[in-house]
Ligand binder design. Structure first.
Ligand SMILES: Nc1ncnc2c1ncn2[C@@H]1O[C@H](COP(=O)(O)OP(=O)(O)OP(=O)(O)O)[C@@H](O)[C@H]1O
Length: 326
């Protein structure tokens, strides 16, 4: 459940709980909240998709969970620990359990290390013997579809984009993570390769009981992998719910517009877009009231003066909108 701040209930199976998170950046033009008070829970074994247009704060949210960006407000609970409060030494250990996969796999890998060394790098921190490390590296490389005999001695630039992303996933897996934060992991890849990487993530999730936060601007991609989906706009959550429900019956006009902008999201309906008119307002000067109102086809006077709060529009589906869609 999202957007309800500390009021929400959490079951024991919640691995990650983000509560009223705020992240502020300082720029030449002034400081602004890239994430303006968002809340969500992720259960163990769940994949949560986070979607929204470029700049809405998806990556910032992911980085804040790993405390790579300073948390300006709110709380993040991982397991039994409060991320914003743990000492940096403990945080470094927790970051092994919470691995991040990035959009640009080649850029995220050390160009001077071989494939084998990149995987072993993570294992070495664990203090295992050299023989154990080699065997574990071979296993990991097999698991991500890069058989050691062919790939072990290559360097990242010799790999295709898809192979490099497999390696980045293998490097993360070597650390035995519980949570994977995948930040646009397939956006830079060809469509056919995208499907392979998504399948790989799904297989690994099942095999290793992973919990995944999957960040993407492409709703089509998120739909195929997510149990729940969180839709963000200008640093706020506008909709949250079961991904099938949200896709089939979006309640927020922004979600509707995003869906309509996806070419052939539904082959029967064809391409309904471009549905999103106008530019995203500057985060330095967001609109008053509802942030989406300047681009919203159903906005009315109230939307300019009163910020909508998240409320349950259908069981398990929440939207921050004064005029949710039926
Ligand atoms: N280090 C930073 N300093 C200042 N502003 C930043 C910084 N990082 C991100 N921003 C700004 O914060 C806002 C949110 O950025 P963020 O990268 O989280 O969005 P996003 O939804 O992940 O978009 P994208 O898909 O383009 O990465 C944007 O306006 C961005 O320009």
């Amino acid at each position: 459940m999202a957007g309800s701040g500390t009021a929400h209930l959490r079951g024991d199976d919640t691995l990650l709980s983000v509560q009223d998170l705020e992240v502020e950046y300082r720029t030449k033009g002034g400081s602004f909240k890239a994430v303006g008070g968002i809340s969500f829970d992720v259960r163990r074994g769940e994949t949560l998709g986070i979607v929204g247009e470029s700049g809405c704060g998806k990556s910032t949210t992911g980085r804040a969970v790993l405390r790579l960006d300073p948390i300006a407000g709110g709380r993040i609970r991982y397991g039994d620990e409060w991320i914003e409060a743990v000492p940096e030494r403990r945080m470094r250990r927790l970051r092994r359990e919470m691995q991040m996969i990035f959009q640009d796999p080649v850029g995220s890998l050390n160009p001077r290390r071989s494939v084998k060394e990149i995987v072993v790098e993570g294992l070495a921190i664990g203090g295992s013997s050299v023989e154990d490390q080699k065997a574990a590296a071979r296993t990991v490389l097999d698991q991500v579809g890069l058989p050691g005999e062919r790939f072990a001695d290559m360097v990242p630039r010799q790999l295709s984009g898809g192979q490099a992303q497999r390696l980045a996933i293998g490097r993360a897996l070597a650390l035995n993570p519980q949570l994977l934060i995948c930040d646009e992991p397939v956006s830079a890849l060809d469509v056919s390769v995208q499907a392979q990487i998504l399948n790989l993530l799904e297989e690994l999730k099942q095999e290793f009981d992973l919990t995944i936060v999957f960040i993407a601007h492409d709703l089509g991609v998120v739909r195929t992998v997510s149990d729940n989906v969180l839709v963000m706009y200008l640093g706020k959550v506008c909709e949250f719910g079961d991904s099938v429900e949200v896709y089939d019956r979006p309640a927020h006009p922004y979600t509707r517009a995003l869906l309509d902008s996806v070419p052939l999201a539904d082959p029967d309906k064809g391409f309904a877009g471009p549905a999103l008119q106008g530019d995203i307002p500057s985060p330095l000067r967001p609109p008053t009231g509802c942030r989406f109102r300047s681009r919203c086809p159903v906005a009315q006077d109230k939307c300019a003066v009163e910020e909508p709060v998240m409320r349950e529009v259908r069981p398990g589906q929440f939207a921050a909108c004064h005029h949710p869609l039926d």
